[in-house]
Design a protein around this ligand. Structure first.
Ligand code: ADP
Length: 192
């Protein structure tokens, strides 16, 4: 299996690039943000719990997202591999993912980190907020909170994956196609 983590702060372009990568490499896209938003839309018990946190730009508890990912992965064991988008977001999530993949006889191949500076992130998110309908994109103070959550809880994963020799950073600015080509170059080196 080829298992990729697409990593980066909110607004880095993980969702956009995941859509292109799944076609190119025949992978399954698992976005915890998308899964959570569908739970919110369906007004499930989980969705109702998560909504308040998401609207504030806070992370949802680890047990919730870890359970969601486990059931999605176990439902697609015949896949070529997965793109994890927006997951893991804490060290506890990364450890749980390693355990899960290990149980299945596989592992993370690489983490590709999209690097975009903060000013550009805020610009992109406010712009997306004009038509995304997402409460967490509409307000600059919530965007700042999401970036702070990233800095405090998610960026430590860089060290976690560097220690495993699996970290690779990729310039996340320029055209969507330029960024996609850079990601593909990094993947093709690993799979050739
Ligand atoms: P973005 O990358 O633009 O912040 P996402 O769609 O990945 O957007 O996430 C939206 C919100 O969903 C997050 O702010 C958080 O509340 C919640 N969320 C998504 N993934 C996770 C995760 N792995 N752990 C905790 N909360 C998460």
């Amino acid at each position: 299996m080829f298992n990729l983590i697409l990593f980066g702060p909110p607004g880095a372009g993980k969702g956009t690039q995941s859509e292109k990568l799944i076609d190119q490499y025949n992978l399954i896209h698992l976005s915890t943000g998308d899964i959570l938003r569908s739970e919110v839309a369906a007004q499930t018990e989980l969705g109702l719990k998560a909504k308040e946190l998401m609207d504030r730009g806070d992370l949802v508890p680890d047990e919730i997202v870890i359970g969601m990912i486990r059931s999605k992965v176990e439902a697609s064991l015949d896949a070529n591999g997965f793109i994890f988008d927006g997951f893991p977001r804490t060290v506890a999530q990364a450890e749980a993912l390693d355990t899960l993949l290990n149980e299945l006889g596989t592992s993370i191949t690489v983490l590709l980190a999209l690097v975009v500076e903060e000013e550009e992130l805020i610009k992109r998110l406010l712009n997306r907020g004009k038509d995304s309908g997402r409460a967490d994109d509409a307000d600059e103070s919530i965007i700042h909170n999401r970036i702070a959550e990233y800095e405090n809880k998610t960026s430590p994963l860089i060290g976690y994956y560097k220690e495993q020799g699996k970290f690779k950073d990729v310039v996340g600015t320029g055209s969507v196609d330029d960024i996609f080509n850079r990601l593909c170059e990094s993947i093709d080196v690993l799979t050739s």
